[in-house]
Design a protein around this ligand. Structure first.
Ligand SMILES: Cc1cc2nc3c(=O)[nH]c(=O)nc-3n(C[C@H](O)[C@H](O)[C@H](O)COP(=O)(O)O)c2cc1C
Length: 163
């Protein structure tokens, strides 16, 4: 595939929400920040999550086949940053509950979706996990969702699209 010059590309005008994806079961759980998440079907209700296959979380997702998508609010910038790092024991110090699939739910999120992976598709240096939503709930209503464009260079992607 030819590479293209993306200098000055305003790629963050393609907006997204910001989510904490809870992955894994039992003792082997983790959570990471993801913005590349979208609804992909009404019936069945499917979400598509683009995940870098080198992430530790990807291994846990593959092993367990389940995840939660937890919606962050605009007051949760620091959480987006925290779960957007590869630090060990990232889940410590936060309150979690267990979804019916067994995947971890961030209790302080606005809402969550409890999902089972349906299948994966290749997408360059990422994989698209197409996930069926089995249930969903609002946990903390009344807060506005955080947007990817509000996270600035938190994910370090500016270096890929230098001005
Ligand atoms: C705002 C933001 C958005 C991100 N979006 C994604 C994403 O959509 N997919 C992805 O694979 N990683 C994304 N990341 C990067 C991961 O959160 C990061 O690499 C994290 O360390 C992965 O967790 P792990 O190493 O514990 O598995 C994002 C990071 C930030 C800060």
């Amino acid at each position: 595939m030819n590479s293209i010059d993306l200098t000055g590309t305003p790629v963050k005008h393609i907006n997204h929400g910001v989510y904490v994806i809870g992955v894994g079961l039992g003792e082997r759980q983790n959570a990471f920040t993801a913005a590349w998440v979208m609804q992909a079907s009404f019936q069945p209700l499917l979400l598509a999550i683009s995940i870098n296959s080198t992430h530790y979380s990807f291994r846990l997702l593959q092993e367990s086949g389940v995840c939660t998508v937890n919606v962050l609010g605009q007051d949760q910038y620091a959480l987006a940053e925290h779960f957007g790092s590869a630090a060990p024991d990232k889940m410590a110090g936060f309150q979690w509950q267990q979804a019916e699939t067994g995947a971890p739910v961030l209790s302080d999120s606005l809402a969550y979706f409890d999902c089972r992976v349906s299948h994966y598709a290749d997408a360059g240096d990422h994989k698209i996990a197409v996930c069926q939503v089995l249930r969903a709930a609002t946990l903390n209503p009344g807060r506005r969702p955080l947007l990817y464009s509000q996270t600035g260079d938190m994910d370090g992607s500016n270096a890929l699209y230098e001005e």
